[in-house]
Design a binder for this molecule. Structure first.
Ligand code: ZN
Ligand code: ZN
Length: 80
């Protein structure tokens, strides 16, 4: 179960956590979730393994468990 409900950084509308990239239903901004390190906040590198996705923090030089990553929401466009 994932109880985390992401919100738009622009208008605070609730977003759909199932999509990495989406348009905000409130302000139409195009938003992207970026996996970030829970320890230092740096963006994580995604490593595609054998059927699994791993996350690696270069700053911490360690693999981050999928259950520990936090998502930073970044605006990548204004939807116009
Ligand atoms: Zn919005
Ligand atoms: Zn880190």
């Amino acid at each position: 179960m994932n109880e985390y409900t992401p919100c738009c950084p622009v208008c605070a509308a609730e977003l759909d956590p199932r999509h990495d990239e989406q348009q905000c239903p409130g302000c139409q901004a195009v938003l992207r979730f970026e996996a970030s390190c829970p320890d230092c906040g740096a963006p994580l590198e995604q490593l595609q393994g054998c059927g699994a996705v791993n996350y690696f923090c270069q700053d911490c030089s360690s693999l981050i468990s999928k259950h520990r990553i936090v998502f930073a929401i970044r605006q990548v466009g204004d939807g116009e």
